[in-house]
Design a protein around this ligand. Sequence first.
Ligand SMILES: Nc1nc2c(ncn2[C@@H]2O[C@H](COP(=O)(O)OP(=O)(O)OP(=O)(O)O)[C@@H](O)[C@H]2O)c(=O)[nH]1
Ligand SMILES: [Mg+2]
Length: 349
Amino acid sequence: MTQVKLPDPEQLALRILRGERAAVASGLNLLDNKLAEARSRSARLLASLSGEHWLDAGHLIGITGPPGAGKSSLVSALIRAWRSSGRSVAVLAVDPSSRPELGGGALLGDRIRIKNSSHDEGLFIRSLANRNQLGGVATEVWPMSWLLLTCFDIVVIETVGVGQTEIDIAEIGDTVCYVAQPASGDTIQYLKSGIIEIPDIFAVNKSDLGAAARKTAAEIARSASRQDRRADWDYPVCLVSAAMSTGIEQFRDHFDRHRSFLTNAGLLGKLRARHQSAWVVRLLKEEFGTFGLELAGGRTAVAERLSKGVLNQFEEYERLRKQILSRFMSVSRPSSPTKKEHPDEQAIV
Ligand SMILES: Nc1nc2c(ncn2[C@@H]2O[C@H](COP(=O)(O)OP(=O)(O)OP(=O)(O)O)[C@@H](O)[C@H]2O)c(=O)[nH]1
Ligand SMILES: [Mg+2]
């Protein structure tokens, strides 16, 4: 097996901050690499990229919704609107790898790419197979989004909503948008579930279908207004058509409005800090289970430590990870040295 040479993290960070495409791609590869050496380099890379500005740089947007609702088409339309106002955009398209209806064809990211110029320097698209068996968003997506936030104005994560995905995306994005399919069972299910509490913006795509789209928009507006949520945000429901390019500018403006709302209310930094903690806790739990988390002091203690202004959560994660591993070793270490001579006995412990 050929060994891939891992990049020097500090040098790579400098190149990423200069906006070099190849460096961004190689940074994402590093973050996606699970080998021990890659992980420690990832933490160094993110440490070099981080700083106070992390808490208010760019805009991280999650777009979710049922299969085929038109998420990729809408992202393409939004990209054109953002690019025409001079803003740079990065997209992470999370592909549910096990979807047979895709027939092994184009990855979601490729579909977006086809509709936009692949030679545009202000646009970066990466497809990511979702390896999370439980249908949620894989934990790599979060640090990847953060890397992209250091060099793009807007970072979009597109995922197919399957319950857990929406919950996960709400722990990543500054703004979450749900794209509904007119007159679909998925949307009705969605309205009945508690998940409707998550999105900040709703879009009913395919408004060119007429009455069905209008009816769905009215149903969503009714359900959304019944939710006991923030009184100071209006949870807009937009009727849009990616195919006909209608309603796109107003739709784009709601994203800006939501970001301004978060900043003006002093919520953006707090939200991101909370998302950082949630990510560390989730990753530790995924890797070591509840027992591992207990060895690090328990969920509440970890979240509390992280909320005390520790800026680089990635280094904090590595530190906690080492702490858990060393505690694991001391818990599982046999108390009597003679046990070493009886491997069968140790197996029982
Ligand atoms: N009539 C109509 N069709 C649309 C519109 N937008 C997208 N579509 C069609 O809907 C289908 C799905 O579009 P996508 O953009 O791939 O939808 P998606 O939600 O990203 O789909 P997945 O990522 O596969 O879940 C395609 O056949 C599009 O051509 C629209 O505004 N009107
Ligand atoms: Mg798509």
